[in-house]
Design a protein around this ligand. Structure first.
Ligand code: CA
Length: 625
């Protein structure tokens, strides 16, 4: 253990292929192997090996082979012999380039994949208080856009229409659903209709081939991913990758299993494989080899692709210690957040897992706040059940928790919060504020399902009201792509493999409902212009954020005394989910409204001297003095 721990921060264990013109060095960690065979191919799929080499065993279960000559453009597989059996060809556990469908590793010169100006590109270094996340899928966002030259591809996000839209909206970070090489889309047949979110990992350290213009040429996906990152960085947009280390597509054929059988997966006491992911297996972050693997993989993406952050799928399957080691191994300004839950029971003590309730033990790592999400839209386990937005009582305390960023606050009674019975974040930026994401129904579908007979005007009012809670939260705001154009998924709850017709963004809606985009854009601009909405420190939030007493269907808070150095003295935010206008008592003052009745104007809508604010039905009011 001591040796592995020392390795954790420094040496690379998993550098499986190093190319030079004179020769390529292959290494593989296969701790219990009896022999390891290296096969060299001319193609990424099919044909026979042109060369087979017996790798030599070195220290710590690391096998090595040096193949002389210029191997650039060749492909390779490893085949491990253990227990007298050959475990099957695979590209290794840490391939950095692969052929089509990720079956074979590829020898490429990584430096040659760098786009022009890459040497000057780097992560944007945003503080957590500056992050506003837009969760996007490489296919959803571009496949239906008429002027897209590269629909469904990484390169779409280099195109002016995409960059202009994101910049105009004002978000500061794009979160890409799984964009590493996953299994479920057949890269050899992209002419057939196929769609998947990509939560079925194959090769963790290679971009997905179906998002490349040519999945057969290994260098293309690497280069195009970098071009995408650079174009977004040039526009001031940080790039966050959704990473799924908690399970692999399957066990038997996985690269882990074919290299180090049973080492990378957790088992139950009875010897069966644990399934905390709900996908048939669960990886073992607590094992030194998997822990080291995750640390190296995060760092590889950060260094090679200049990524700005990571969204950790089912983070609650990983152990706290591993998440903290990953955090420490990365630059401080790389943003990390994850799902603080699992999909099933894990074969590991719950108190040691990176669950939401333990977030305060992981400084610099955030978790999704389902408390406020479900208090606004309704519970995750019943699409037909509404909550605050549907005008139902009993959700205020959970919304308050989300507004303060799930920290301890004298006015939040956690015994009344729907899932968390105590504060779980030490700092507000450890809480992700959101109302919808790719999982579950999008906001439009959820409002339609939970409020039968809802018309378009009411739907828009409630949509804007709900997002106001998100964008004025002291947590880090997060939105699903397309909410700004009132996307729907025709009521589909889980669209992970639904066709484009369900998942694509409705770009025409930008013209149809311009007030929705304008409101989102306005809220984002308001947040960016005013540090009071993103104080960053728990002590500042406790000092400057005060909830005002209100009745049911209402939420009101004051950001007082130039919070976090804000130019505005007091800011008052009121959310009214009632179907009628309401009055809210406030300290007497001269207030200028900047958000009212579905409109945002930072220069001020109207100014009045009063001690009572009137808030229109199903809308938010934000005033300042
Ligand atoms: Ca793939």
């Amino acid at each position: 253990m001591a040796v592995i721990a020392a390795l954790s921060m420094n040496a690379e264990m998993y550098n499986e292929m190093t190319y030079t013109k004179r020769g390529t060095t292959f290494t593989l960690v296969a701790q219990k192997a009896q022999a390891v065979q290296l096969n060299i191919y001319t193609e990424g799929t099919g044909g026979k090996a042109i060369k087979t080499v017996a790798m030599k065993k070195g220290p710590k279960g690391t096998w090595k082979a040096v193949v002389k000559g210029d191997l650039k453009g060749r492909f390779y597989t490893f085949n491990v012999k253990q227990g007298g059996k050959m475990l099957g060809e695979n590209p290794g556990m840490f391939a950095k380039a692969v052929g089509v469908n990720g079956k074979r590793g590829a020898v490429i010169d990584l430096a040659a994949t760098n786009p022009a100006g890459w040497e000057n590109d780097k992560a944007l270094g945003y503080a957590p208080t500056d992050i506003i996340v837009y969760e996007s899928h490489n296919r959803d966002i571009s496949v239906s856009r008429k002027e897209a030259r590269y629909p469904g591809k990484f390169m779409a996000l280099t195109e002016p229409w995409a960059i202009d839209h994101l910049k105009s909206l004002g978000i500061t970070a794009i979160h890409l659903l799984p964009s590493f090489d996953y299994a479920s889309v057949d890269e050899e047949h992209l002419d057939r209709p196929q769609f998947n979110w990509g939560y079925d990992p194959l090769n963790y350290n290679v971009p997905e081939g179906s998002y490349a213009t040519d999945p057969f040429k290994p260098e293309v996906r690497v280069s195009e991913f970098k071009q995408m990152v650079k174009a977004l960085h040039d526009a001031g947009i940080a790039v966050i990758l959704d990473v799924v280390y908690n399970h692999t597509m399957d066990i038997n054929n996985s690269n882990f299993q074919r290299t180090n059988p049973d080492v990378f997966y957790r088992k139950r006491a009875d010897g069966t494989y644990s399934d905390g992911s709900g996908c048939g297996n669960e990886t073992a972050s607590d094992h030194p080899l998997m822990r080291q693997y995750m640390i190296e993989s995060f760092n590889y993406w950060a260094k090679e692709y200049h990524l700005d952050g990571f969204r950790v799928d089912l983070m609650g399957i990983h152990d706290i210690e591993t998440m903290n080691l990953i955090r420490k191994s990365l630059p401080e300004d790389i943003f990390i957040y994850g799902e603080g839950w699992s999909a099933g029971t894990c074969a590991y003590p719950a108190e040691k897992l990176a669950m939401k309730v333990n977030t305060y033990q992981m400084p610099g790592i955030a978790a999704f706040c389902d408390d406020m999400r479900d208090a606004l839209r309704g519970p995750f386990n019943d699409d037909h059940q509404g909550a605050f937005l549907a005008g139902l009582a009993g959700h205020q305390e959970s919304i308050k928790a989300g507004i303060v960023g799930c920290i301890e606050h004298p006015q939040v009674d956690y015994s009344k919060v729907n899932y968390s019975k105590k504060p779980w974040a030490a700092e507000p930026t450890q809480s992700m504020a959101y109302i919808s994401c790719h999982d579950d129904m999008c906001l439009v579908d959820r409002l339609k399902t939970s409020i039968p007979g809802i018309g378009i005007d009411e739907l828009i009012r409630l949509d804007l009201l709900g997002q106001t809670a998100v964008f004025t939260s002291q947590g880090v705001p997060f939105m699903l792509s397309g909410e700004e154009m009132l996307r729907d998924k025709k009521g589909v709850h889980n669209s992970f493999k639904s066709p484009d017709s369900i998942n694509q963004l409705p770009w025409d809606n930008l013209q149809k409902y311009p007030q929705v985009f304008a409101y989102y854009k306005g809220l984002i601009a308001l947040r960016k212009a005013h540090p009071a909405f993103r104080m960053g420190k728990a002590e500042l939030v406790r000092k400057h954020l005060e909830f005002l007493p209100v009745g049911e269907g209402l939420m009101a808070f004051r950001l007082k005394d130039h919070a976090a150095g804000d130019q505005w003295n007091d800011i008052i935010v009121v959310l009214n989910a009632n179907k009628h206008a309401c009055m809210v008592d406030v300290p007497e003052g001269t207030y200028t409204s900047v958000v009212a009745a579905g409109k945002v104007d930072l220069d001020g809508i109207r100014t009045t001297t009063t001690s009572r604010l009137e808030v229109a039905a199903q809308s938010a009011l934000i005033v300042h003095n």
